[in-house]
Write a protein that binds this ligand. Structure first.
Ligand code: NAD
Length: 396
């Protein structure tokens, strides 16, 4: 590492592209959406949120007081007219579609609601985007669970088969198929460019969802109870929430304003692009991208819990239930495409990811007023670490 002092104010993340731009963000009241709204505000964007009311107490959206700081619309993606009206009114330069029923176990209890939200909700956003007559880069968020998981020691790449055992995973695979179909059917010769983003399990401060391992750990630790682990051997590509968000932001930025492409990026292999009509867009960008940690960074749930306990002492108990609903055991992602076409890389190692996450919960538990300061500080720390690592989105 260089001994030169590092001046983080000397670079503009994402080429300064978000300053003054309008961003339509569905799922702004959720865990990832709240972090993304906060990051976009720090980049100078105007954020128009479209989501249901926060459904947890506490909720990061409330802890960050985002209601007062973004233009926030409480509305349903299952309502096509409302989605269209909202996007037409916002006239966004960027769209990030994160709104979803995002929980695997809930999807077993509510499969139709999951499909209505995740499949038809996405189709409603795609339809609304057709009505835009201005340049707009859209990133639609699905998941690494959209692949047909063969539970093998294999890292899924973007061209692998889509599928999914449970209603959540398969709804996201279906959303991916809809995105691909709409892109090919309606978005050639269109000023809106659409990519999809598939990321794995994220952790970070402010996730309060039910049935997710990190919030489960924190709730147990806060109550002085043992952490009950139901799937200790499941292996996931854990990453900090800022990692995929940096990928979404950089993918949208490059869709909006492509760099002069290196030669190897120019000849498209895919038929799905949107470069027709004289656009300078690299057609390989209006496609699907995986965002995940580096090879070898996959850890079991047991390893994650052990790392959490390094920073917040406590204990855990194995609560494996042989009759529990099926959840994927092994899931790994290849991020070679994001490396090659976007110059994107993950930044924080597993140990830093867990340390920052636990610090966020521990410090806000001690003083709830610090949530906003902690969140913005972690965004700055992440940006600085990315610049030190020369990740492409930090280039001057
Ligand atoms: N958290 C993860 O580990 C993870 C991993 C991979 C992919 N994802 C995806 O990232 C996105 C965000 O996930 P999250 O963890 O922030 O989820 P979350 O449950 O915290 O937030 C979901 C958001 O979607 C909104 N929403 C749900 N149903 C809606 C509807 N009918 N109309 C309008 N808004 C609705 C909610 O109001 C909320 O703002 C989702 O698309 C999810 O599938 C999450």
């Amino acid at each position: 590492m260089s001994s030169q002092p590092f001046n983080s104010s000397a670079f503009q993340p994402f080429s300064g592209l978000y300053a003054g731009k309008t961003v339509w963000l569905s799922g702004a009241t959720g865990f990832k959406g709240s972090w993304l709204a906060e990051w976009l505000l720090s980049l100078g964007a105007r954020v128009h949120g479209y989501s249901l009311r926060p459904d947890t107490t506490p909720a990061l959206f409330d802890q960050l007081r985002l209601e007062e700081r973004i233009e926030n619309e409480i509305a349903d993606v299952r309502d096509p007219a409302a989605v269209r009206k909202s996007i037409e009114k916002a006239q966004p330069d960027f769209v990030f579609h994160l709104a979803a029923q995002a929980l695997v176990r809930y999807s077993y209890e509510h499969p139709l609601e999951t499909y209505a939200t995740n499949v038809m909700g996405t189709a409603h956003v795609l339809e609304a985007l057709r009505s835009l007559e201005k340049n707009c880069a859209a990133v639609i968020v699905t998941t690494d669970k959209c692949y047909e998981n063969r539970e093998m020691d294999y890292a899924y790449a973007e061209e692998d088969h889509l599928g999914g055992h449970d209603p959540y995973s398969s709804s996201k695979a279906a959303a991916e198929i809809a995105i691909s179909a709409w892109r090919r059917s309606f978005f050639k010769n269109h000023p809106v460019k659409i990519a999809s983003a598939r990321a794995g399990n994220v952790i970070g401060g402010g996730d309060w969802a039910k049935d997710r391992i990190m919030p489960d750990c924190i709730r147990a630790l806060q109550a002085g109870q043992p952490i009950l682990v139901r799937n200790k051997a499941a292996t996931r590509p854990w990453q900090h929430v800022l990692e995929p968000l940096s990928g979404y932001l950089w993918l949208a930025a490059r869709l909006y304003q492509p760099l002069a492409a290196p030669k190897r990026l120019v000849s498209p292999k895919s038929d799905e692009g949107g470069s027709e009509g004289g656009s300078t867009l690299n057609p390989q960008l209006a496609t699907a991208f995986n965002f995940g940690p580096g090879h070898g960074a996959n850890r079991t749930v047991a390893e994650l819990v052990a790392e959490v306990l390094e920073h917040w002492p406590g204990r855990w108990e194995d609560q494996s239930d042989p009759k529990a609903v099926h959840e994927a055991g092994l899931l790994q992602l290849s991020t070679d495409k994001a490396h090659a076409l976007l110059g994107w890389s993950p930044v924080w190692p597993f140990s830093t990811t867990v340390e920052r996450t636990v610090a966020w919960y521990r410090d806000t538990a001690a003083n709830p007023q610090t949530a906003h300061a902690l969140t913005t500080r972690q965004i700055e720390q992440y940006q600085t670490a990315a610049a030190r690592a020369h990740v492409a989105w930090t280039a001057k």
